[in-house]
Design a protein around this ligand. Structure first.
Ligand code: FE
Length: 335
């Protein structure tokens, strides 16, 4: 090759690599198990602030994880966003997330709401708590998750299906708190008290209480918030259990940088921004959740449901004990 052509080729190659580098720095690709209407406003705000373009796809947790695994090194995804520590732990365990070091994330997110190995980080918090009929139950009659197994709730308790990860995480955390034997006993008494077969959703469960099918159940706070918004005279209220012991079971929605991210630095920067004071309300308020950043207050509407002591156990336990929880619920006849 003559020197002139070689120079041309080198200039060409240099500009190509520069272009790709530029494109990478200005773009992020997100796989999200959270609905578009919850994440799009955040992406738009970030793009507005930084000029960085965010491309995303949304799907259910299972297909997204499968996709990340089969794409391997060729994935375009920089970030996985999903709900429930059980799901995040599972993704990390499947090897699709990478460890990242960020003093900012460590400062903004309490240690129990992120992976001890720094592969996933909670970005918003929800409580899985008790809900009761204000027409048929007095809050003084309630106390703890375990007490829902007392004989006085025979034929009055409603639960969502044990197939849902929210309940698997709840039971995993009960195992971490009480041990297997005691937890199995608690779940067995819950099953004894069921007023109806488990429901497909938290919302259906609450509608069943309103219809008089049962009097008390366990739900995520934001589902209660949605119903309350539709009907301010809702004859339901939340109750915060375990206040003089372990605290309310909380869970997160969160994210992790993918193992083969093309723009890992950009992904970390975006995570840091999401955990920052200015973005936390955007993230949490969209789904009526609580910010994870202790320096940020929940929306007034969410705060109106009351304050509570939350469990401080690391949510990684919800993942570690997930398969034990599933087996235990099966043994106890909770389906
Ligand atoms: Fe949900």
């Amino acid at each position: 090759m003559n020197p002139f052509r070689l120079t041309l080729l080198l200039v060409f190659l240099f500009s190509i690599s520069n272009l790709t580098g530029q494109a990478l720095a200005d773009e992020l690709v997100v796989y999200s198990a959270r609905n578009e209407h919850l994440i799009k406003p955040l992406f738009d705000a970030y793009t507005h602030e930084t000029g960085i373009k965010i491309t995303y796809i949304t799907d259910k947790e299972g297909p997204l994880l499968q996709r990340l695994k089969s794409e391997g090194r060729n994935t375009r995804a920089d970030l996985l966003i999903t709900v429930d520590a059980g799901n995040l732990w599972h993704a990390a365990n499947e090897g699709v997330l990478q460890k990242i070091e960020s003093p900012q994330l460590a400062a903004n997110i309490p240690a129990n709401l992120r992976d001890p190995d720094n592969r996933w980080f909670g970005l918003s918090l929800r409580a899985r708590t008790l809900v009761y009929s204000t027409e048929r139950v007095k809050p003084e009659q309630l106390s703890s998750y375990a007490a829902l197994g007392e004989p006085k709730w025979r034929g009055r308790l409603l639960l969502r299906t044990s197939k849902k990860v929210y309940n698997q995480s709840l039971v995993a955390m009960l195992i971490a708190e009480y041990g297997e034997a005691q937890t199995e006993q608690i779940i067995t008494t819950w099953v004894d008290n069921l007023a109806a077969p488990p429901f497909a959703s938290d919302t259906k469960l609450m509608q069943a209480i309103l219809a008089g099918q049962g009097d008390v159940g366990i739900v995520n706070t934001y589902y209660f918030g949605r119903l309350l918004k539709e009907n301010p005279d809702l004859k339901l209220a939340l109750y915060w259990p375990n206040q003089d012991s372990t605290g309310v079971h909380v869970n997160i929605s969160g994210a992790g940088v993918t193992k083969y991210a093309k723009n890992p630095r950009g992904a970390v920067k975006f995570l840091e921004w999401l955990s920052s004071e200015k973005a936390q309300n955007l993230f949490a308020d969209a789904n009526m959740e609580y910010p994870v950043n202790p320096g940020v207050e929940a929306h007034a509407y969410v705060k109106s449901w009351g304050s509570f002591k939350a469990s401080e156990m690391n949510l990684a336990r919800a993942g570690e004990l997930q398969s034990d929880a599933i087996k235990l619920m099966d043994r106890a006849g909770y389906h």
